[in-house]
Design a protein around this ligand. Structure first.
Ligand code: PLP
Length: 382
């Protein structure tokens, strides 16, 4: 079957990024975060590649993702980052999924479940300032003691999440770290490891992962080659893993005054060559790119004109006299090699790169590649 839109997933780049992450982490061990279908890159192929490259710890957001990993033969530890429901704890035992205890209620449920269903490995999450999940540092010692005394419960990690890790020098992040370290000094003996850093912290805050080998870091974005702020020093060590390509489905010449797409938000200023491209917001192309985004074609950039539709997007190839000679079926690059970077597109769409990678829809096939391929060879592939 031919697909007008697809994404290429460069597994070689994933391995390269993992090496860079490891180099930065030093003695700390990475927990590879593969939630949300590995940020859109495909849960199982990404996890298998990482496991083959030596990753021993994975993290997901939903129990269904953990089960999918186990069914695919992932043998490393799998940490459920999201809030588990008490009803899910039996399945966590059955699939050997580690649970994040992020509320007093869940701690109670774990203490009730372990003697009933079997051994449960848990991480205790404290809220030091993220304002999302976690127990308060003040109530933590009591809860940890209770977990520690419950047969069948193993305390694995103490963790917290940073709110501003991608802002170098932010004083709030230091406050969060201090709160965490203070608690760690108090209760650290009960745990095997602790983990605080995410991808932002990996580039801005070595003190959040670098002090000893009892530290781990939960790394997602950096593995896929993106950071929330691409201008962070060192971010250029990473290579983007996803490339979004769609094919031209029609090319037409239109007279001056022709309007393009819903709402007639763009009017041809003269004779124009317009290409209709087979990807739209139903594929994960932000509608926000209407009249403001660009795509790559033949090594040049062309503007998106008119409203992005559900299945199609129009681009302006220019004056018919000078427009490039393009054929139906030719690929254009929405982001990745041969087009704008995902960071540029994210800026136009007023979002962050991994909202775009997560947005690549299910109907957009993932094509896994070991080596980098040029635009022309992926045409043959198509
Ligand atoms: C998603 C997530 C991460 C990974 O963050 P990145 O910035 O993608 O590295 C780490 N910790 C928690 C709790 C998360 O939810």
């Amino acid at each position: 079957m031919l697909h007008p839109a697809f994404v290429e997933i460069h597994l070689g780049h994933l391995r390269h990024n993992l090496e860079q992450v490891r180099r930065r982490l030093g003695p700390a061990e990475p927990i590879a975060v593969v939630k949300a279908d590995a940020y859109g890159h495909g849960l199982v192929p990404v996890a298998r590649t990482l496991q083959e490259a030596g990753i021993r710890h994975f993290a997901v957001a939903r129990l269904s993702e953990a089960v999918e990993l186990r069914e695919a033969g992932i043998t490393g530890s799998i940490l459920l980052l999201g809030a588990a429901f008490p009803e899910d704890l039996a399945a966590c035992v059955a699939h050997e999924v580690e649970v994040t205890v992020s509320s007093p209620l869940l701690a109670e449920a774990v203490c009730a479940a372990a003697p009933r269903y079997g051994p449960l490995r848990v991480h205790v999450k404290v809220d030091t300032g993220m304002g999302r999940l976690g127990i308060w540092p003040e109530e933590a010692p009591e809860i940890i003691r209770r977990l520690e005394q419950t047969p069948g419960v193993t305390l694995v990690g103490l963790c917290t999440h940073l709110a501003t890790a991608e802002q170098p020098g932010d004083p709030f992040v230091q406050e969060q770290l201090e709160r965490f370290e203070q608690l760690w000094r108090q209760v650290g003996d009960a745990f095997a490891v602790r983990h605080v850093a995410n991808s932002g912290a990996l580039f801005t805050l070595p003190s959040s992962y670098w002090s000893d080998s009892r530290q781990q870091a939960r790394i997602g974005a950096a593995l896929y080659g993106y950071l929330p702020r691409p201008e962070l020093p060192g971010a250029d060590e990473l290579r983007p893993v996803m490339r979004f390509v769609a094919c031209i489905v029609q090319v037409r010449t239109v007279p001056p005054g022709t309007t393009i797409s819903y709402g007639r938000t763009w009017t041809a200023p003269g004779w124009r060559r317009i290409a209709v491209v087979g990807a739209g917001y139903g594929d994960g192309i932000p509608r926000r790119l209407s009249n403001r985004g660009q795509v790559g074609l033949h090594g040049h950039r062309f503007p998106i004109v008119g409203a992005v539709c559900m299945d199609m997007t129009m681009i302006d190839l220019g004056d018919p006299e000078t427009a490039p000679d393009v054929q139906e079926g030719e690929p254009v690059v929405f982001f990745g090699e041969g087009g704008p970077s995902i960071a540029e597109v994210a800026r136009w769409a007023e979002t962050i790169p991994y909202e775009l990678s997560c947005a690549a829809a299910r109907r957009v096939p993932r094509r896994y590649q070991e080596q980098r391929q040029s635009v022309s060879s992926s045409v043959e592939n198509f």
